[in-house]
Write a protein that binds this ligand. Structure first.
Ligand SMILES: NC(=O)c1ccc[n+]([C@@H]2O[C@H](COP(=O)([O-])OP(=O)(O)OC[C@H]3O[C@@H](n4cnc5c(N)ncnc54)[C@H](OP(=O)(O)O)[C@@H]3O)[C@@H](O)[C@H]2O)c1
Length: 325
């Protein structure tokens, strides 16, 4: 089967290490199930792997792709929960399992016609959801859902600021927070992306700009470029939830502000299987849907990653695998 495989890592030219090649279909193993992938989607995580961040070189070659929707061996439409982990090792929360692995870290991922995952990771596709939309949910939307709910405890009427409106996680956080009844401020460097966020119901704020009121919650995935603004925009006692740092990991800590204003800073990674089930029910119940920038065939995956690396996209890029004739 045809697949997009990470064969090398480079901090400066990450896409040179991604090759399209034929690989064997996964061999059946007990407790795991095969999925015929109908759609996957791109994540910054794939680019970090290709840059050599958070992925050991000895774990190459590896089929990339953390998100998948498709059909199980009985032909039932499914969406794949992307964290391979054991809740018991995480004291009931698999995102706390020290041995957890996101799909494509320790096991081959979804940029291929066939994928194999633990059977517990297969969830029925909600009736009203398309396979393309479902393929956008596992990583970006699962992460945003946990940030807003379990971590920040967002309630209707809360003021939520989301940094970097165009991002996969950020666009998910904006749409989910709006569906939860929050007042949402979305920041972006791009006027076009602000206009799009406003069309979803958010209030657009130029990156670093002053909000008309302080935020109860800030959703941060941009990192160094926005961190200082995130702390300044937060009310005393408010919460920043951070799940990523695309622009850099080490902004000034501003400890005086943090303790004097009693700000809460919470890290967040992925979501649990139960949270992902809740997300699927919420999507079904509210009709909220992911923002799909475009869908591309697997052969054009490099073009999709270049758009992501350049920040020239809004929401998610869907990838359709090549079927064996
Ligand atoms: N912890 C987890 O479980 C988890 C899960 C998913 C993702 N992540 C991480 O979260 C981050 C975002 O992931 P993603 O998939 O949503 O990526 P993405 O779709 O590429 O979004 C990144 C967004 O960050 C903003 N941005 C980038 N560089 C910036 C800069 N220099 N200044 C201001 N804004 C900048 C851009 O927003 P504008 O263009 O609108 O300004 C961009 O749309 C990544 O670092 C990823 O690794 C973590």
């Amino acid at each position: 089967m045809h697949a997009a495989v990470a064969v090398a890592q480079s901090p400066t030219d990450p896409l040179s290490g991604l090759v399209l090649q034929d690989v064997p279909k996964p061999e059946p193993r007990p407790g795991w199930s095969l999925v015929r992938v109908a759609a996957s989607s791109l994540n910054m995580h794939d680019l970090w792997t290709l840059r050599g961040v958070g992925h050991a070189p000895e774990d190459l070659p590896r089929v990339l792709g953390c998100d998948a929707a498709g059909h199980d061996e009985d032909g039932t439409p499914v969406v794949v929960y992307p964290v391979i982990a054991t809740p018991d090792r995480g004291r009931g929360d698999e995102t706390h399992d020290p041995q957890r692995a996101l799909l494509s870290e320790k096991h081959d991922g979804a940029f291929a016609e066939w994928l194999q995952v633990p059977t517990r990771n297969l969830l029925p596709l909600p009736d009203s959801l398309s396979l393309d939309d479902a393929a956008c949910l596992p990583v970006a939307w699962g992460t945003a859902y946990r940030m807003l709910t379990t971590q920040a405890g967002v309630r209707a009427g809360d003021r939520v600021m989301v940094q970097g409106a165009g991002g996969g996680v950020a666009s998910a956080a904006i749409k989910l927070a709006l569906a939860m009844g929050a007042v949402v401020y979305a920041t972006s460097r791009s006027a076009d992306k602000l206009t799009q966020a406003e069309s979803w119901g958010a209030r657009g704020i130029e990156s670093g700009g002053r909000l008309p009121e302080k935020a109860d919650v800030v959703i941060e995935t941009v990192g160094e470029a926005t961190w200082s603004h995130s702390l300044k925009a937060l009310r005393p006692g408010g919460t920043v939830v951070v799940a990523g740092a695309t622009s850099g990991m080490n902004p000034p800590a501003d400890l005086g502000r943090v303790f004097y204003l009693q700000q809460r800073i919470l890290g967040s990674t992925g979501c649990t299987l139960v949270e992902f089930q809740e997300l699927l029910r919420m999507v079904e119940a509210t009709g909220v849907r992911p923002v799909v920038d475009r869908a591309l065939p697997l052969d054009e995956i490099h073009k999709g990653f270049q758009l992501m690396a350049d920040g020239n996209l809004v929401g998610k890029i869907v990838i359709h695998p090549k079927e064996t004739p």
